[in-house]
Structures are given as C-alpha cells and as structure tokens.
Design a protein around this ligand. Sequence first.
Ligand code: RTP
Ligand code: MG
Length: 141
Amino acid sequence: MALERTLSIIKPDAVAKNVIGEIYTRFEKAGLKIVASKMKHLSRKEAEGFYAVHRERPFFNALVEFMISGPVVIQALEGENAVLTHRDLMGATDPKKAEKGTIRADFADSIDANAVHGSDSLDNAAVEIAYFFASTELCPR
Ligand code: RTP
Ligand code: MG
C-alpha cells in the first residue's frame, strides 16, 4: 500500500444541493484525510486550463460552462491508495452507470452535472494539486 495524494472537486451541482458535508464524511470514513481545502468560483480561464487535456473533446465547452456555473469546493486528499480509493467512492462518470452507494449514484443528475471530480492517476494528481494549491497550503497530518 502506498500513501498518496489526489485532487477532488465538489462540482457546482453538488455545492448547490448542500451536500459538501455528506461528501466530506464519505472521504473521512474511507480513510482519506483532507490536507487542503478551499471554496472558489472558478474563472473561465481557470476551468479551461484545468481541463486542457479535454480541449478537443466535443463536451469541452459544456464542461467549462458547467464548472463556472457556481462555486466549487476543491480539496487535496491523502491516504493509502488515495487516487483509486477516491475514484471508487466517486463511481462511474455517468451516474446512470455508477454503482449504488457511490457519490455519483447518490448525488449526480447527469454525465455533465456529475457532482465530483477526481484525479485519474498519481501523475495527474500531482499536476492537479499544484494547479490549485501552493505547497505551503498543504497540511499533511
Ligand atoms: P472527472 O475528470 O470530472 O473526475 O470525471 P471523469 O474522469 O470520470 O471523466 P473524464 O473523461 O475526465 O471527463 C471529464 C468530465 O467531462 C464530462 N464528460 N462529458 N458528454 C460526455 O460524453 C462527457 N464525457 C465526459 C463529465 O462531466 C466528466 O466528469
Ligand atoms: Mg477525468
């Protein structure tokens, strides 16, 4: 087992549903520690930069519009196998395909408004954490 960090975003739909605390509880119950956290209304430039890998995909503009439609809550999570542990908690991208009991099955409405983001690899996690947090903002415990 390896101690890892991953980046999590509670997307505008889940913030609007007032389930930040319920989602944080799932992280904590799974053994993930929140080592950095902030609420932010992303600018278009920030959202486009964050999702730059998806720039050529047909859903890119809709994704950016959605991510700037309201505030998000961004956190770095730390724990054993944090990247995969967090992806398992989230469930499949499309909530219709997400396993029962996952965050997306319980809180997401559609593939666009799908409640949460999570890094998909350890390398991307490092890049994504650095995109939103200075190293001095990380508080390992
Ligand atoms: P995320 O990056 O948000 O954690 O989600 P993911 O890895 O499960 O999905 P990814 O392929 O990285 O896509 C990023 C986000 O774009 C939206 N999407 N829409 N309409 C579509 O076919 C489609 N595919 C992806 C989703 O909101 C997804 O979370
Ligand atoms: Mg992704």
